[in-house]
Design a protein around this ligand. Structure first.
Ligand code: GLV
Ligand code: MN
Ligand code: MN
Length: 419
């Protein structure tokens, strides 16, 4: 029998709608880093964190950080976080759900005037998807102290650099290194996220543990051929950049399918120049996103993909420029936090404990460089994500909130940590 949805869960559901309505496109959800809607959405996040009793600030990258301070001045920070940027034509849950659950965790502690043996931070990261600059985890890089200043000259599709976008959004790049949490100040990291896959639905469970996060490489591929007249340029002398990119796209699909137990490969973005019906394409930019849990295997496949691209270019007399934009190895969730979270799941009454790896990327990848990380997955309908059909039921959100509360209760006295 379905339980009555409680007030806290209803607040999360309502806030998901509110955030989902803040978009740069009036027909769909879109909040790329540094856009009008992205900046606008900070206001409600700040207000909600303040309402949960936290001291709130916005850093130079646009990460919103609420802190519920412990009375113990020696305390470390336990950070609950997710991201508020989105892909284009996104769902309402990928990112925001984890932030809103974190805010409810903090609100419960604050409303009951408890002091935890650690500072409880809730962070809304400014850019996880990397939709604008093809660089995932820009927000969490800053908190982890890993921001790479060479990224500042990267350009978006309109030619704006990352540096300009950060400045226009109110940040100061000179101060970005001050926004990190030093390694010694971290107790741990927790992220709640929709599963974005079909396992929980199949297993008939509302939530599960995450064992680790897949490695991921993102590549920019530029094809330079020769633009020409579609009516007069003979077929056998063409240097058609779009045909090269198309052949490469299908080759990446074949590569992924060939190793489907261990690899996914996606060409998700294609900019065609001049993009005109009666002109043979002279220039194409496309992305490649390629992932695996097996790091050595992934780097071999990236090399293979590059040599496929180069041979397509040679065969078609189209120049191929290959630039790896980002490469992150797979990471494991921390065994101690996994044990504590597992007890939280059991205590909350969830019937079975299940643990699965994440094929999707998450900010935990960056944070794992400085702190032990943990993650909880929440069932989502049909495993659909990066799509407006994305959906988690209020029942499942309520079950995950109960797990979050129980996790915090367990963590306060966990023998795995010395408070
Ligand atoms: C983020 O959703 C990613 O996995 O790319
Ligand atoms: Mn996403
Ligand atoms: Mn996400």
């Amino acid at each position: 029998m379905e339980k009555q949805i409680n007030k806290r869960t209803q607040r999360i559901v309502d806030r998901l709608e509110t955030l989902g309505s803040i978009s740069d496109d009036d027909k769909c959800v879109s909040r790329f880093f540094g856009t009008k809607a992205h900046i606008e959405s900070r206001k409600v996040l700040i207000e909600w964190m303040k309402d949960a009793g936290m001291t709130v600030s916005c850093d130079n990258m646009g990460n919103i950080r609420g802190i519920l301070a412990s009375t113990n001045p020696e305390a470390k920070h336990f950070v609950v976080a997710s991201h508020y940027d989105s892909v284009f034509d996104a769902g309402k849950y990928d990112g925001p759900l984890g932030i809103l659950l974190g805010i409810e965790m903090a609100k419960k502690v604050s409303d009951s005037n408890q002091s935890l043996p650690f500072h409880l931070d809730v962070v809304a990261f400014a850019d996880e998807e990397g939709g604008r600059f093809n660089t995932a985890y820009l927000g969490s890089c800053v908190l982890a102290g890993n921001f790479d200043h060479s990224w500042l000259s990267r350009k978006d599709d309109q030619g704006s650099t990352l540096e300009e976008v950060i400045n226009n959004a109110g940040g100061n790049i000179d101060n970005i290194s001050q926004d990190m949490i030093p390694k010694d100040d971290w107790l741990g990291y927790f992220e709640i996220h929709i599963e974005q896959g079909p396992v929980l639905e199949k297993e008939d469970l509302p939530v599960c543990l995450v064992s680790g996060i897949a490695g991921q490489t993102r590549v920019d591929v530029k094809w330079t051929g020769m633009a020409g007249h579609a009516g007069t340029c003979p077929m056998d002398i063409r240097q058609d950049a779009l045909c090269a990119a198309a052949e490469f796209t299908l080759a990446m699909e074949a590569l992924g399918k060939k190793h489907k137990e261990n690899l996914v490969a996606t060409v998700g973005k294609l900019n065609v120049g001049p993009n005109t019906s009666n002109v043979v394409s002279g220039f194409v930019y496309n992305t490649l996103d390629i992932r695996s849990m097996d790091d050595a295997f992934l780097s071999q496949r990236v090399e293979e993909a590059e040599s496929i691209a180069k041979s397509i270019g040679e065969k078609r007399a189209v120049q191929c420029d290959w630039q790896v934009m980002q490469s992150n190895a797979s990471v494991n969730c921390d065994s101690r936090l996994r044990a504590v979270l597992g007890r939280g799941i059991n205590n909350s009454g969830v019937e079975r404990l299940l643990e699965i790896p994440s094929g999707a990327g998450h900010d935990g990848v960056m944070i794992s460089r400085v702190a032990p990380i943990s993650m909880l997955f929440v069932r989502c309908k049909g495993g659909i994500s990066h799509n407006p059909l994305e959906y988690s039921s209020p029942q499942d959100i309520m079950a995950s909130l109960e797990v979050c509360d129980q996790f915090l209760t367990e963590l306060k006295t966990a023998s795995e940590f010395n408070f």
